[in-house]
Design a protein around this ligand. Structure first.
Ligand SMILES: [Ca+2]
Ligand SMILES: [Ca+2]
Ligand SMILES: [Ca+2]
Ligand SMILES: [Ca+2]
Length: 750
């Protein structure tokens, strides 16, 4: 009953309000002296227009109309009001709402809410790194997710408090990157290149930084639509994506394990990847899917000028074209392998290939450009249809100006072989060439619109060995441009000096006590140098060609040479071989655990027997009194034990390499103190040259083709290992690993 009374009372208030409003309106109208229908008469008799009478008189734009919809300067739905009988000149914006756009035209999207709706992009993480965030709630600020993998930048990217951990980072001592391939640029200060085994290098206009793409596979091509959208493809169907914050490959569903060689596209939601057996995949902005390709040829490259024009080329002259509906085979008439394609539209495309093949598509057929020689042409880049570059094996740099092809000049002294191109404009083109130890600055050139200029820092040292006594006392040796080089790292910086002519081995016995082997084949004044904490001095030793060391203390150091020799703190002496005979094989590796527990490995390159010597490849053990052969490859004798390392005398690993095999096939041997056997780990692509570890369940095997890691249970291939030639390895008790090879040093923090 009470409720009914209240409702009735409420209804009464509404009725009273309406009555008052009507009366007021009537009053206003009355006070103007007007009434409906009287305007025409007033106008006719020349009386002045009256604003507010609801009639649009001469000189008025409006009078009492409701606001009219309009589009604001910032694109939102606004209103124009009738004020003083004139329409607003400006379209008034509405209040801001949470919709992903700026409604009130203050340039800020969804201000007053937690974040801009549907926003996805880069943001600052809690630890100051660049992360990725999204706005999915009107009241919540963006939660900024840090990258999962470290970038080699001296900073903590994943916000776990550790800097550059668990990635292989190029050391500052050695200018990086060492091997450049598959360049792609989004801007003058944003150049990417693959540097092998899942590692990438990025040039920001001032310096290079190493990135990890979370894969052990090398990325064979890169292409992107912008600074925050770059794709890389590689062997085993690998597809990696850069979103502006991090590279990710493990999460990309790709639908193939076929080797992919090329990637290119027309935009962010239109990307093609091509590979073996005519494989073509397409990214539609959401997912990758297989597309019928009209060929079974191995495809090497793909380029698109838009959604309705893409070309893919490959082995034995294979060309297919995408017209927006399907891929269709287009006869090239050439039987040679094609390596790259460039398209400006359905009637303007270029291809290059083996045997100096360069041809143009005019919409109806291919016409070949006559060139001297038979060098393969490798890559194309064009800023516009009258500005096209071609590089090939050799120093060839060709330019099309819309009328003719001309040969361009590399910087004076540069005779690197240029094999790939990238660019962003007519005056910003990159050419990548082969690394050359003696011609280091020429491997990366930039065209500034008028000349090709060398850009890359010089390669510095062909590192041969690395050793240390702690993670703040590391030595590395090698060949520099002007002779032997020894560098010492204190964990912060490297100190570099010349020593010897071409040092091959180094050993840190303790802090302030180190040895360098400089074999006599390089014409050095001494084979062995000793560091006493303040200076290097040559030390006499029995003849031989020392290469590898191990020691338990400054007064117990062994050097593998032409035989094995021992330092007791005072002098070097030859240690007799097994059965009292002398070693004559070339020993390459030595490791031990105590003065009476030492292992050496050697080479069996020589197959002839000698009367009183051991020349088979093998592993020998010293028990304090004599050597015994622990393992030996009696036949064939064409292998070599190139490195030995163990966590303890009953847990020793060794790398046996087939020295006659061009691919340097290697096998990992494992010993338990009484017998040795080959381990199952696949080292085929690794070309293993060194091993080491910090504990029985933390062992690394590295080579020119990457690295594998033993965690005590399984071996796994290391992701993101920048290419190095014939690396050596040293592991600190801390778990820090240094790998030194040609032409640089990698450091992996645990
Ligand atoms: Ca706004
Ligand atoms: Ca808004
Ligand atoms: Ca970290
Ligand atoms: Ca970092």
């Amino acid at each position: 009953m009470d409720r009914l009374l209240r409702m009735t009372a409420g209804a009464g208030r509404v009725r009273r309000f309406l009555a008052v409003t009507a009366a007021l309106a009537a009053c206003i109208r009355c006070s103007t002296g007007r009434h409906l229908g009287g305007d025409a008469e007033e106008h006719d008799d020349g009386s002045p227009a009256v604003c507010g009478n609801g009639v649009v008189d001469d000189g008025e734009e409006c009078d009492g109309e409701p606001p009219s919809p309009c589009t604001t300067a910032c694109g939102s739905a606004g209103q124009r009001r009738c004020r003083d009988c004139r329409w607003d000149v400006e379209c008034s914006p509405p209040d801001e709402i949470w919709n992903g756009t700026d409604d009130d035209c203050d340039t800020v999207c969804d201000d007053g809410f937690g974040c801009c709706a549907e926003w996805v992009g880069t943001c600052a993480t809690d630890c100051g790194s660049t992360g990725r965030g999204e706005c999915s709630d009107s009241c919540v600020q963006v939660s900024c997710v840090p990258p999962r993998l470290e970038i080699c930048n001296g900073a903590d990217d994943d916000c776990d408090g550790r800097v550059d951990e668990e990635v292989w980072c190029p050391d500052a001592e050695s200018p990086f990157p060492w091997f450049l391939a598959t360049p792609w640029a989004s801007a003058r200060d944003d150049l990417w290149a693959s540097v092998g085994h899942g590692a990438l290098a990025r040039w920001d206009g001032e310096r290079w930084t190493a990135y990890c793409a979370d894969t052990a596979e090398s990325l064979l091509d890169l292409w992107g639509s912008g600074v925050d959208d770059v794709w890389g493809v590689g062997s085993g169907g690998t597809i990696a994506h850069w979103d502006g914050v991090e590279w990710r490959s493990s999460v990309v569903l790709r639908g193939t394990n076929t080797d992919l060689h090329g990637v290119g596209g027309g935009g962010r939601a239109d990307v093609w990847a091509v590979g073996e057996g005519g494989t073509i995949l397409h990214w539609d902005g959401t997912r990758w899917g297989i597309t019928p390709s009209a060929t079974t040829a191995n495809l090497r490259a793909v380029r698109a000028s838009g959604a309705r024009d893409a070309w893919a080329v490959g082995a034995t002259g294979a060309v297919v074209h995408w017209d927006g509906e399907a891929w269709r085979a287009v006869s090239s008439g050439f039987a040679t392998d094609l390596y790259d394609v460039l398209s400006f539209g359905p009637s303007d495309a270029w291809i290059v290939g083996a045997e100096a093949l360069l041809a143009h598509w005019d919409g109806s057929g291919w016409s070949r450009i006559a060139l001297d020689g038979t060098v393969p042409l490798r890559a194309l880049f064009g800023a516009s249809s009258d500005d096209v570059w071609v590089v090939g094996y050799g120093t060839t740099l060709l330019h099309w100006d819309g009328a003719s092809w001309q040969e361009a000049t590399a910087p004076s002294g540069c005779d690197a072989w240029y094999f790939d191109l990238a660019g962003t404009a007519a005056d910003d083109v990159w050419a990548v060439g082969s690394p050359d130890f003696f011609d280091p600055g020429c491997r990366l050139l930039n065209w500034d619109g008028s000349a090709w200029l060398a850009v890359a820092p010089p390669l510095s040292v062909m590192f041969e060995d690395v050793s240390g006594s702690a993670d703040d006392d590391i030595w590395a040796v090698g060949l520099g441009e002007t002779g032997g080089v020894v560098v010492h790292g204190d964990g912060v910086a490297w100190d570099r000096r010349g020593l010897g002519s071409w040092p091959r081995g180094v050993w840190a016995s303790a802090s302030g006590d180190a040895w360098v082997a400089d074999p006599p084949d390089s014409g050095s004044s001494s084979d062995l140098w000793h560091w006493d904490g303040s200076t290097w001095r040559p030390v006499d030793h029995p003849a031989g060609s020392p290469v590898a060391f191990w020691g338990s203390s400054p007064s117990d150091v062994w050097v593998a040479a032409y035989g094995i020799q021992h330092w007791d703190g005072i002098a070097w002496t030859v240690v007799p071989g097994p059965y009292g005979l002398s070693f004559s094989g070339f020993l390459q590796s030595v490791w031990g655990f105590a003065p009476d527990d030492v292992w050496v490995g050697g080479s069996g390159e020589w197959v002839e027997f000698c009367g009183d010597c051991w020349n088979v490849p093998g592993i020998f053990h010293w028990d304090g009194l004599a050597w015994s052969q622990a393992w030996g490859d009696w036949w064939p004798r064409d292998s070599s034990v190139v490195d030995i390392w163990g966590a303890s005398s009953d847990d020793v690993w060794a790398i046996k390499r087939d020295v006659l095999d061009e691919a340097w096939a290697s096998t990992l041997l494992h010993g338990n103190g009484s017998e040795w056997w080959p381990d199952d780990v696949e080292l085929g692509e690794i070309h293993a040259s060194a091993l080491g570890g910090a504990s029985p369940d933390d062992v690394w095997v590295v080579g020119g083709g990457g690295a594998v890691h033993w965690d005590g249970v399984t071996w796994s291939r290391a992701a993101c290992f920048p290419g190095l030639y014939e690396p050596k390895l040293w592991t600190a008790p801390s778990g820090d690993v240094w790998v030194a090879g040609w032409p640089g040093i990698l450091h992996r923090r645990p």
